[in-house]
Design a protein around this ligand. Structure first.
Ligand SMILES: CCCCCCCCCCCCC[C@@H](O)CC(=O)SCCNC(=O)CCNC(=O)[C@H](O)C(C)(C)COP(=O)(O)OP(=O)(O)OC[C@H]1O[C@@H](n2cnc3c(N)ncnc32)[C@H](O)[C@@H]1OP(=O)(O)O
Length: 362
């Protein structure tokens, strides 16, 4: 307790199950002498307190036994003291005497009631367990290499699709509707390059380089490449149709957001707007893309019938050949099945992404 004729600083306190925190209001404290003797904390020190620059002291008999070792840290504004309780538990008050010493007050910055303190303790334990658990999972020695490879792949695709998108947009502004008719001749080489490279997107999940299934990218890559190489590539008459413009424009619109999103993921970075665009733009674009592709397939059916390109030779008894247009009619039905599978997949990915973000925010 404070003795008469000595200056006493203001002292604020709070407790946890295992320790007592004291905050002594003394700035620029020097010559500190802080110890616990016979369950009494004795404090002496010089500094700037309630009565200006002076020597201040106080002593405090604790309600229950504490350990003899005291830790303290002085900052420019105060001295922080931590005393360990001998037995874990919650104290009704700090001082042995029933009447609270005048210089003592609760530290509301650190104050917790018993149940909050238990919650804090549990959270700390959970965090510690998580760190222990994570430290036991062996780190992947090739992680850097994998991320570097994925980053480069996504960068190349981003550059390719950006070129396509910008080129088509500029041509649309300059030539207007005329640009619809020669999209294929100006864009196809780069589109071939990007779509051949996109086969890697089926390989990546198969090698567990990315966290997704093989089927959705397989449907995506097969669907696009079937259209690009067979329906457009094998039939010159299809190449100057305006539908090619819409297909290429829809493909490149999603990709100029999807690949930068992956690039950022490779360097553990996220831009909220980009994430939102990657997981939202497909909602209108995917069905539009499938409709445009279906229009191209339908337009190509009479051309394949007429030119007999890719028709299957049949034994003489069954006729001369089987037109590729039958395969295309079957493919039209499969396309909508593909749309259903990938639409459901993308919906799940969107939900997973935004649910994970909501959890993080809470
Ligand atoms: C067996 C043969 C069947 C043949 C059936 C034929 C049916 C044909 C139907 C064809 C329909 C195609 C229509 C299509 O061409 C139309 C269009 O494209 S229109 C334009 C709009 N399109 C889109 O919006 C689709 C764009 N494409 C995609 O989104 C993907 O290709 C898709 C496979 C559909 C989904 O991607 P994914 O499964 O990978 O989902 P996420 O993006 O959420 O990624 C999951 C996690 O993996 C990480 N990841 C994935 N790829 C990469 C990468 N390259 N680099 C780095 N990381 C990657 C990603 O970050 C996620 O990780 P985390 O969960 O930790 O964040």
């Amino acid at each position: 307790m404070s003795r008469e004729n000595t200056l006493t600083p203001h002292v604020y306190w709070a407790q946890r199950h295992g320790e007592i925190y004291l905050r002594v209001e003394l700035s620029d404290a020097q010559n500190l002498n802080i110890r616990v003797q016979e369950n009494t904390l004795c404090f002496k020190g010089q500094g700037h307190g309630a009565k200006g620059e002076n020597e201040y002291e106080f002593s405090l008999d604790f309600l229950k036994p504490v350990k003899a070792e005291v830790t303290h840290r002085s900052t420019q504004r105060q001295v922080n003291i931590t005393v360990k309780k001998r037995e874990r538990g919650w104290w009704d008050r700090l001082a042995a005497q029933e009447r609270k010493p005048l210089f003592l007050a609760p530290d509301f910055d650190r104050w917790l009631d018993e149940s909050d303190a238990e919650m804090e303790l549990r959270e700390k334990e959970e965090k510690l367990n998580k760190i222990l658990f994570e430290s036991r999972i062996p780190k992947d020695p090739y992680l850097g290499l994998k991320k570097g490879y994925l980053f480069m792949y996504n960068l190349v695709q981003f550059l390719g699709f950006s070129w396509i998108f910008v080129n088509m947009t500029v041509r649309l502004f300059i030539l207007g509707q005329d640009s619809f008719y020669d999209t294929f001749h100006t864009i196809a080489d780069v589109m071939y390059f990007c779509q051949i490279l996109a086969v890697i997107e089926v390989v990546n999940p198969a090698l567990r380089l990315v966290r997704t299934g093989v089927l959705p990218p397989l449907i995506q890559v097969f669907g696009r490449n079937f259209l690009l190489f067979i329906i457009l590539g094998a039939q010159e008459d299809m190449q100057n149709k305006p539908v090619v413009f819409f297909i290429f424009y829809l493909w490149s619109t999603i990709e100029i957001f999807r690949y930068p999103f992956y690039m950022l993921a490779c360097i553990d970075t996220e831009w909220k707007l980009l994430t939102w665009l990657r997981y939202s733009l497909w909602i209108p674009l995917y069905p539009l893309g499938v409709i445009a592709e279906a229009v191209a397939v339908i337009q190509s059916i009479p051309i394949f019938d007429e030119t007999k390109v890719l028709s299957l030779p049949l034994p003489r008894a069954l006729g001369t050949s089987l037109s590729f247009s039958y395969i295309l009619q079957l493919y039209l039905a499969v396309m909508f099945l593909g749309l259903f599978i990938n639409f459901r997949h993308l919906y799940k990915m969107r939900k997973r992404r935004f649910r994970a973000k909501k959890k993080k925010a809470n």
